[in-house]
Design a protein around this ligand. Structure first.
Ligand SMILES: O=C(O)CCC(=O)C(=O)O
Ligand SMILES: [Fe+2]
Length: 203
């Protein structure tokens, strides 16, 4: 799904520089997050709170039909991950889902706080600015490409209805050639979607 005219969050490219740190990736196996040359960018987190951010998340819920509400004890989505790529910044082909079973044994030290919230069932990705050259998002397994356009968004499911990883949505952020690129990722978790998108035995 491609959505345009979604300007609300585009103002947040003025986020304080001090909040950004080098982006990390999640290591399958121990689920620790580490810096890696497959992802060159800076990251900051924007938490849902009253006002524009919460309204935007509500709208994401209306458009996707998925539960996006957060409460102090349970969250259907992660905070917005604001990502900034400079020239040459990119993200190699990867999956957003962790491939971690939803109903695994409890682990209070789980660094990804997956217990109760599940895997990343879907990705909502805002394009917060225009990039002069480069920076498209590509899906090599399905020959799809989404070009960057300020105020637009891309949405896709990472998991099949069975809960398994959907390998069709392998994707990458192409290198920025001229300019810089700002995106806002909203990862929607699997746990609260049992009525919105019930799981099925077959994919
Ligand atoms: O920058 C992009 O176009 C893709 C970003 C992405 O896939 C991610 O942050 O997980
Ligand atoms: Fe991704």
């Amino acid at each position: 799904m491609y959505v345009s005219n979604f300007q609300e969050l585009t103002t947040i490219t003025s986020f304080p520089k001090s909040e950004f740190t080098r982006s990390t990736v999640v290591r399958t196996g121990n689920y620790r997050t580490v810096a890696d040359s497959i992802r060159i960018s800076q990251t900051a987190w924007l938490y849902d709170g009253p006002g524009i951010v919460e309204k935007t998340t509500h709208r994401v819920g209306l458009l996707t039909g998925l539960a996006t509400k957060s409460s102090p004890t349970f969250s259907n989505t992660e905070a917005y991950q604001i990502v900034n790529y400079g020239i040459g910044g990119m993200y190699h082909p990867h999956h957003d889902a962790f491939e971690k079973p939803l109903w695994g044994p409890p682990n209070k030290n789980d660094p990804l706080e997956l217990i109760g919230t599940g895997d990343r069932i879907a990705t909502w990705m805002f394009y917060l600015n225009d990039v002069k050259v480069g920076g498209a998002t590509v899906f090599p397994n399905i020959n799809a490409r989404v070009s960057v356009k300020k105020g637009s968004a891309a949405f896709w499911y990472n998991l099949l209805p069975s809960g398994e990883n959907d390998h069709r949505v392998l994707h990458a952020g192409c290198p920025v050639v001229i300019g810089s690129k700002w995106i806002g990722n909203k990862w929607i978790r699997e746990g609260g979607q049992m009525l919105q998108r019930p799981c099925e035995l077959s994919p």
